[in-house]
Design a protein around this ligand. Structure first.
Ligand code: ADP
Ligand code: MG
Length: 276
């Protein structure tokens, strides 16, 4: 039943990969919608100044809208910026505006600059099952705030040549944050995106990723799908844009896998940066 997919505690998942265009935002919004459709209450935190996650969820994020910038830099309560996502019950979004582009610099001189998102999430009083944080394609203070606020890191990996290149830097940053700022932080989930099963390259990359990460890699891959890439221009996730499509079904299945995993089972893992 529905209760199966609702964790006992709020699970905060940081969707990160400093490479652009690998499917972070697409994964954040479609997994979030899938979890909500499975009966969970889910908040998407848009931490990318581009605001692509906000756009994809149909959330207004022009520069006057109260946003995650106000939360991080101006101490505005998160509850004052969260908006319900139209058409998907149980799904909410803290939008990003272009103001957030300045936050990397402005945060530097603020107290507790690495833990401002964590504090805001802790002070949020609405019940949530999942918080998914969509990171920008960099490892600056915004991403560090996400890594301090969450216990689980979800890395989307695009099935293409050079898929693992640059990941070492992210993994080392995760180790650093775990060592100094957030003991609970761990890579919980790897998701292969834009998978084209017809090509040799995709299956080779998938094999390489599985041999490096093992159990963290979800069994479900996300196929390359035009419906997935079209949905954001309608302010929709693929789950409402084309519910029966392969993209929609694969995100629903990935969400199910994530929900059925024990988030505390993998915390003893070794450093994954080794050998990268
Ligand atoms: P990131 O947030 O990592 O920069 P995006 O999620 O914005 O990456 O995805 C980059 C581009 O790839 C976008 O145009 C998006 O629509 C497209 N895309 C992402 N996932 C898929 C997919 N499974 N099939 C087809 N296009 C995809
Ligand atoms: Mg993005």
């Amino acid at each position: 039943g529905e209760g199966l997919l609702r964790p006992e505690q709020t699970r905060v998942m940081v969707v990160a990969n400093q490479k652009g265009g690998v499917g972070k935002t697409t994964t954040t919004v479609n997994l979030a919608a899938s979890l909500a459709l499975h009966g969970a209450r889910v908040l998407v935190v848009d931490l990318d100044p581009q605001g692509n996650a906000s756009t994809a969820l149909g959330i207004d994020h022009h520069s006057e809208v109260p946003s995650i910038y106000d939360v991080l830099v101006e101490n505005k309560p998160l509850s004052e910026v969260v908006q319900p996502v139209p058409d998907v019950e149980g799904l909410f979004c803290a939008p990003a505006t272009i103001d957030l582009a300045g936050a990397e610099i402005e945060l530097v001189s603020l107290v507790a600059r690495e833990s401002r998102l964590q504090r805001a999430l802790e002070a949020y009083d609405q019940p949530l099952d999942y918080i998914l944080v969509d990171c920008p394609p960099s490892l600056g203070l915004l991403t560090v705030n996400a890594l301090v606020a969450g216990a689980e890191v979800l890395i989307p990996i695009q099935c293409e040549y050079y898929a693992l290149e640059g990941l070492g830097q992210l993994l080392r940053n995760v180790d650093l944050v775990r060592g100094h700022l957030n003991r609970d932080l761990h890579i919980s989930t790897i998701l292969l995106t834009m998978y084209d099963g017809r090509t040799r390259l995709a299956s080779q990359v998938a094999e390489e990723v599985r041999s490096h990460f093992g159990n963290e890699v979800l069994r479900t891959n996300i196929p390359r799908s035009v419906r997935i890439s079209e949905a954001p221009s309608y302010g929709q996730t693929v789950l409402t844009y084309d519910p029966g499509s392969s993209g929609s079904l694969s995100y629903l299945e990935a969400a199910r896998e994530i929900a059925l995993r024990d988030p505390f089972a993998q915390q003893e893992q070794q450093s994954m940066a080794e050998g990268m």
